[in-house]
Design a binder for this molecule. Structure first.
Ligand code: NAD
Length: 332
């Protein structure tokens, strides 16, 4: 076997989280070797339990901002390490900022030292409360730099700046994904994201909470589509000139989403309205022309199918099973 035929060695930072664990599944299914680096700040061991006896999978419990990272041959680095939902990233805003700035810097330097290709998981939050709709990658955004979301929004913007500085200085092979709202199995029931909130409330027959009047819109991408997009972005031979939006352009109001979930689940739950949090974006829809033309990518899973799959996962006890956090393999 020549070197380029060897299985790829891939570092996934944040691989124990919602998106990262699905990405680890996809990489291992493709025969690659995966080193997952995660601090378990918001991730869970049970997301990776199925891989604990796979010799191609290793788990290192480490904080990308403050702990040493392993020096070894790497072909690809995916950086997904960051809390992603407002209650999680606002709980310790300084830590969120440090993860995105120091942590991303540490991973970029590691990738540059080993000549690895780098995919950064950025976010639609870099567009803030956008004045341009739908959002294209050349839009610079409308972000409150001192608000309660800034630790995440500005952290991710700073991380993008670092990425492109490393690309220019070290010819790093860089790809930046601006990810829009994604949902699916392994979302945490307690993370305050709209889809998991509404699904769990509907399942339990509780009041379904909508913030504001529910006219604000989002576009929801099912997790398998998103992971396929991240893989395509990593694999495409020609390095894209700039960030690439990954998300589902099918835009829906939050009230319509709540009604769809209520109807699908035939729940008696009432929809109640609570005050809108500060700096909440009013509209969100990706322009995915760039992903279509560069990656030949577009989402395939319709919202109703994805919601049904996610609801089934929550209904099967996806939230917490006793002993499921027992991934006991020592860190390597
Ligand atoms: N899910 C979405 O809708 C969405 C949208 C836009 C962007 N993103 C981005 O995608 C990435 C993954 O999001 P997710 O939804 O899977 O979130 P998640 O919270 O489920 O996963 C994040 C993972 O990163 C780990 N982590 C956090 N800080 C760390 C640190 N300092 N060192 C090591 N590990 C750390 C967490 O423990 C967790 O396993 C994040 O970077 C997020 O900003 C997600």
């Amino acid at each position: 076997m020549t070197t380029h035929q060897l299985p790829k060695r891939v570092l996934v930072a944040g691989g124990a989280g919602f998106l990262g664990s699905h990405l680890c599944d996809a990489l291992l299914a493709r025969g690659m070797r995966v080193l997952c680096v995660d601090s378990f700040h918001t991730g869970r061991r049970r997301n990776l339990r199925r891989h604990r006896n796979d010799p191609r999978f290793r788990l290192l419990e480490a904080d990308i901002a403050f702990d040493p990272l392993p020096e070894e041959r790497l072909d690809w680095v995916f950086n997904l390490a960051s809390p992603a939902s407002p209650p999680h990233y606002q709980a310790d805003p300084v830590r969120t900022m440090m993860t995105n700035v120091l942590g991303t810097q540490n991973l970029l330097a590691l990738a540059a030292r080993h000549g690895a290709r780098f995919v950064q998981a950025s976010t639609s939050e870099v567009y803030g409360d956008p004045e341009l709709h739908p959002q294209r990658e050349d839009y610079w955004g409308h972000v409150n730099p001192i608000g309660t979301r800034a630790c995440y929004d500005e952290g991710k913007r700073a991380a993008e700046a670092l990425c492109y500085d490393h690309m220019r200085a070290e010819a790093l092979d860089l790809r930046v994904a601006r990810i829009f709202n994604t949902y699916g199995p392994r979302m945490r029931a307690d993370d305050g994201r709209i889809v998991s909130n509404l699904l769990v409330q509907a399942q339990e027959g509780r009041e379904m909470t909508v913030y504001g009047d529910g006219s604000q819109t989002r576009s929801f991408c099912y997790v398998s589509d998103l992971v396929r997009g991240l893989m395509a972005l990593m694999e495409v031979e020609k390095t894209p000139d700039g960030p690439v939006n990954l998300g589902n352009p099918d835009e829906v109001s939050i009230l319509a989403l709540a009604q769809r979930i209520r109807d699908t689940m035939r729940t008696p739950s009432r929809i109640v309205f609570l005050p809108l949090p500060s700096d909440d974006p009013k509209r969100r829809r990706p322009d995915i022309s760039r992903a279509r033309s560069l990656l030949d990518w577009c989402p395939a899973v319709p919202l109703d199918d994805g919601l049904a799959r996610t609801a089934a996962w929550f209904a099967q006890g996806g939230r917490a099973r006793t002993g499921e956090d027992s991934f006991a393999r020592p860190a390597e």
